[in-house]
Design a protein around this ligand. Structure first.
Ligand code: C5J
Length: 236
């Protein structure tokens, strides 16, 4: 299916989710994969420079691969994001660069090149979930994927109304993007196994914040429940 022309008659896929089932609209639900970059996932990157145990994030790779396989097989829209800055750091607020006492700061040279700088090895998405040619890659200077990017225009051009969200880290860039998307009117489904945090308790807390109060930010589903959903009519 061409994602820019979703079928008006396609039946929704009923996905078991919290706080209640999510009716995924074929062709209108974009998969948004947040910041699966070497700089967050691999030793020697930005995440490690902040003192984090980056090994926690590897668990999200295989689930993200499974989501990408489904979206690509269906021809549905895929968006990858990268938290990144230009080489001159003009899009990096000094407060962001100077905060804390990291071993290396944004823009400093590390084992994978300058941290979070576009074009450097560490800024790349890890090869297991690398974008395919033609897939949308959004470089974002902030934590949220809508801030100072063309993401909203891109999704509107495709007729997207729902976001299925994965990536790292759950309580920072994933949660910020979910909240931005919610305020822009998107229905958002967070896939639990396909997101990870350096702090497992923060991951769980962020998921609970999304689904609390009747889904005040969105829905959360297990990967298997999404993979086992099918195009049967929602009322089956
Ligand atoms: C962080 C992110 N944690 N992608 N970025 O600084 O969540």
């Amino acid at each position: 299916m061409n994602p820019s022309t979703p079928s008006a008659t396609a039946s929704p896929w009923r996905v078991r989710a919290r706080p209640f089932d999510f009716l995924l609209q074929p062709g209108r639900a974009a998969l948004v994969v947040i910041d699966m970059q070497r700089d967050f996932i691999e030793p020697g990157g930005f995440g490690a420079s902040l003192g984090n145990d980056v090994s926690h994030l590897a668990a999200a790779i295989a689930p993200v691969q499974a989501l990408l396989a489904l979206w690509r097989a269906q021809g549905w829209p895929v968006v990858h994001t990268r938290e990144s800055h230009g080489p001159d750091l003009s899009d990096c607020p000094p407060a962001k660069r100077e905060r804390g006492q990291p071993s290396l700061r944004i823009g400093d040279p590390g084992p994978m090149g300058r941290l979070l700088v576009r074009g450097e090895l560490g800024c790349d998405i890890v090869p297991e979930v690398a974008p395919w040619p033609g897939e949308c890659v959004v470089d974002k200077p902030g934590k949220g994927a809508f801030y100072a990017t063309a993401l909203q225009a891109h999704l509107q051009a495709l007729g997207v109304t729902q976001l299925v969200v994965a990536g790292v880290t759950t309580e920072v860039c994933v949660q910020t993007t979910l909240r931005e998307a919610n305020d822009r009117g998107y229905d958002c489904l967070l896939v639990e196994e396909a997101t990870a945090s350096y702090f497992p308790a923060f991951k769980q807390a962020a998921i609970e914040m999304v689904v609390a109060q009747g889904g005040i930010v969105g829905w959360a589903a297990h990967l298997e429940d999404l993979l086992q959903a099918d195009p049967a009519p929602a009322g089956r």
